[in-house]
Write a protein that binds this ligand. Structure first.
Ligand SMILES: Nc1nc2c(c(=O)[nH]1)N(C=O)[C@@H](CNc1ccc(C(=O)N[C@@H](CCC(=O)O)C(=O)O)cc1)CN2
Ligand SMILES: Nc1nc2c(ncn2[C@@H]2O[C@H](COP(=O)(O)OP(=O)(O)OP(=O)(O)O)[C@@H](O)[C@H]2O)c(=O)[nH]1
Ligand SMILES: [Mg+2]
Length: 453
């Protein structure tokens, strides 16, 4: 929670460490007096001034570019003053300290994480999905994710949500108008083709939901857990997928003790591949602790690769893994060391693949299957980046539309219940753009931003 949304705030906006240029940014309702104190002159709005940045005694801290944006034409919608100096940590710390000192009387304080963007949201420069896209653009680890984030930031996702919400509102207004004329109620659904309209809305929502799920996979990535008996080649497979030697491989069963996590990208999708200790009964204390971590990873996985030795594919662990994983987590059976067989296995059952971590055979098929299991359509890049909470909100809206459909299908239909479900669906969509959002939720979202954003 921000201390007060009225205080002027300041922060270093550029990344910590050395850089060509570093920026101290200030936002507040009226920064003219502060700007004059700091710059020794009144800045012209939206004009680059090359000036010395001096301390209180008039000694130079740096020389740089000052930029003043007058409210409301700024990132935050308030007055914004930027001091763009040389990008060294000590210089920027001194500049920031100087600003705080000069602004003490006006109550200038350090900005909390995400507070500039929080203000942009509160002042309606951005909606909530766009504000989240700002953080996601900064966090993007693949080009596909960055493309998706800028699409969301420019309002593509919000635009679709708003258009859909508008159609729901129109239908609801129609229903509510009818409620005032009970004699018409019986004919309402036919007269206005309400069921057809609702079906159209639902179809659009389903498309949006599928696209948003893709967008969320692109942002959140997937936890893929390599599990199985000792010595079947889990660490070898991790190394093969990562393209580097991240985990120790030996022919001794029980080599991996702790989990080893490596991030890779497939088709722009971040995959967190988790190598685990081989599952078996053991008296070794360290190994036992490692194995309990393996089970913990299996419980958290988005996808489980259950590795076996292709020469002796035992199924003893199947039931145990099935019992421990989340019911919706898919398990892929991977027969490793297939290079040691007389011939490559054919006609394998569904969700079973043969690979060789040693020579790389079968890995392309494994990659494709992996993405498919996660619900990712290869090459079908999502039009925007999204978050799990957006998917949940759309799913909730979908549930309300389903109930509305059921009301509409009943003989003695109850129009006010139908209207109520439309209202709830609209409200769920409004959580995405922040039209309906609690302070709690805003606090959670903005506090995960970096400082200065
Ligand atoms: N130096 C600098 N670069 C930056 C930012 C910044 O704050 N400072 N940004 C910060 O994240 C991003 C750019 N975002 C911005 C968004 C809006 C406005 C702005 O002044 N908007 C006004 C005027 C628009 C106009 O002139 O057309 C407005 O929306 O009314 C500025 C920066 C990336 N680069
Ligand atoms: N021929 C062949 N050998 C493999 C293959 N994958 C792994 N190996 C060998 O199998 C042995 C065990 O490999 P690891 O990757 O350490 O097995 P692990 O499943 O991680 O074993 P733990 O960490 O003990 O659970 C090593 O000698 C590897 O070189 C493969 O595809 N083909
Ligand atoms: Mg291992």
């Amino acid at each position: 929670m921000a201390a007060s949304d009225l205080d002027p705030i300041a922060a270093i906006a550029t990344a910590p460490g050395r850089g060509g240029i570093g920026v101290v940014r200030i936002s507040g309702q009226d920064l003219r007096a502060l700007a004059r104190t700091l710059l020794g002159r009144a800045p012209t709005p939206r004009h680059a001034h090359f000036l010395p940045f001096n301390d209180a005694q008039g000694a130079a801290i740096d020389e740089g570019i000052a930029l003043f944006f007058d409210a409301p034409r700024s990132y935050t919608g308030e007055d914004v003053l930027e001091l763009q100096g040389h990008g060294g940590p000590a210089v920027l710390r001194r500049l920031l300290a100087r600003c705080l000192e000069a602004g003490r009387e006006q109550g200038l304080r350090l900005a909390e994480p995400g507070e500039f963007t929080r203000r942009a949201f509160l002042n309606e420069r951005l909606d909530l999905a766009q504000a989240e896209a700002v953080a996601d653009l900064i966090e993007a680890s693949s080009e596909a994710a960055a493309r998706g984030a800028i699409a969301s930031l420019s309002g593509k996702f919000s635009g679709e949500i708003n258009a859909l919400a508008e159609r729901i509102i129109q239908l609801r207004l129609l229903v509510e108008a009818t409620l005032d004329f009970p004699e018409e109620e019986i004919d309402f659904l036919e007269k206005y083709q309400a069921r057809g309209t609702l079906a159209g809305i639902t179809a659009t929502l389903d498309t949006l939901l599928a696209q948003t799920r893709q967008g969320a996979i692109l942002r959140e990535g997937l936890h893929v857990v390599l599990a199985g008996r000792p010595n079947v080649g889990k660490s070898s497979l991790l190394n093969a997928l990562a393209g580097e030697d991240v985990a120790i491989v030996t022919d001794i069963a029980g080599t991996t003790r702790d989990k080893v996590v490596q991030q890779i990208h497939l088709d722009g999708v971040p995959l967190h591949i988790v190598d685990t200790a081989g599952l078996r009964e053991t008296a070794d204390t360290v190994e036992r602790l490692g194995i309990s971590r393996s089970w913990a990873e299996i419980e958290k996985a988005d996808v489980i690769l259950h590795l076996r030795d292709a020469r002796e594919p035992d199924v003893a662990l199947d039931a145990e893994i099935a019992a421990r994983r989340h019911p919706r987590t898919p398990v892929l059976a991977v027969l490793n060391k297939a290079d040691l067989l007389a011939e490559w296995p054919q006609d394998l059952p569904q969700d079973t693949l043969a690979v060789s971590a040693r020579n790389g055979q079968g890995l392309d098929a494994l990659r494709t299957t992996l993405l498919g299991l996660a619900g990712w359509t290869p090459g079908g890049e999502s039009p925007w980046l999204a978050r799990a909470r957006h998917v949940r909100a759309l799913e909730l809206a979908r549930e309300h539309l389903t109930v509305a459909e059921q009301h509409a299908a009943q003989d003695d239909r109850v129009l006010d219940l139908f209207a109520e479900e439309l209202r709830l669906a609209h409200e769920a969509l409004g959580e995405i753009t922040g039209q309906f959002s609690s302070d709690d939720m805003l606090g959670r979202i903005f506090s995960s931003f970096c400082i200065g954003k």
